[in-house]
Design a protein around this ligand. Sequence first.
Ligand code: Z5A
Ligand code: MG
Length: 215
Amino acid sequence: TNTSTYKRGAFILFEGCDRTGKSTQANKLFEYLQIKGHAVKFWKFPDRTTPIGQTINAYLTNNQELDDKAIHLLFSANRWECMPKMKNLLLGGTTIIVDRYAYSGVSYSASKGLDLNWCRCSDIGLLRPDVIIFMDLSTEESEKRGGFGEERYEKKDFQEIVRKTFALLKEKDDDDSLWKVLDAKQSVERLHEQIVEISLDIIENCSQLPLKEDN
Ligand code: Z5A
Ligand code: MG
């Protein structure tokens, strides 16, 4: 192939605590890019459709108990099982919009008291996103949005710790310019405008760069 004209897709990741609007914005971005004629796919973690994902779902809905480390590794395995497909799509020029990923994996598990560095180990070598759109919202605000309290981690005090752990991960990141922290309290439309701008820029700028791995 002619490397000067070859363009890979971008890996655009949405992260953040509960009810911060990740899925709303990820879906809106997906629709926008699709209408504009981009090759684009949507991916959500946990992917509850696979056998591993079904176990994760049983755990999150409080239908199954699992050791904290065992469930952490299953969340991670759920990402690993998707890597070949995701890699092929990106190399084939398709942009993927991902709703939660390894940063959720580490933040939620470490917030339960597991060692942060131990938590990071099982995700080493996964594809690295080209941008992390971090939806930041106070726990007071997210609680107002409803739907809180049905799944395992949906408790205010816990969410507070998760938010701090996400902030720590950003701080520890070798390349914290990857993180775009947005004030998730803004309107859906206002946020969408900012996300479109960030995403078009990333799609353009990463198209000639090699895929990177998480470390
Ligand atoms: N988890 C983990 O432990 N380890 C891992 O490795 C991974 C995940 C990948 C399930 O995740 C749980 O798994 C999660 C982390 C853990 N723990 N919890 N709890 P999930 O992604 O399946 O969770 P979810 O059910 O999709 O909820 P969510 O992601 O927390 O919500 P969201 O996607 O951020 O928000 P939303 O659905 O777009 O919006 C929430 C509500 O707010 C909704 O009523 C919207 O209409 C409203 N909304 C959205 N935007 C706005 C604005 N701008 N203003 C006002 N209202 C808004
Ligand atoms: Mg969601």
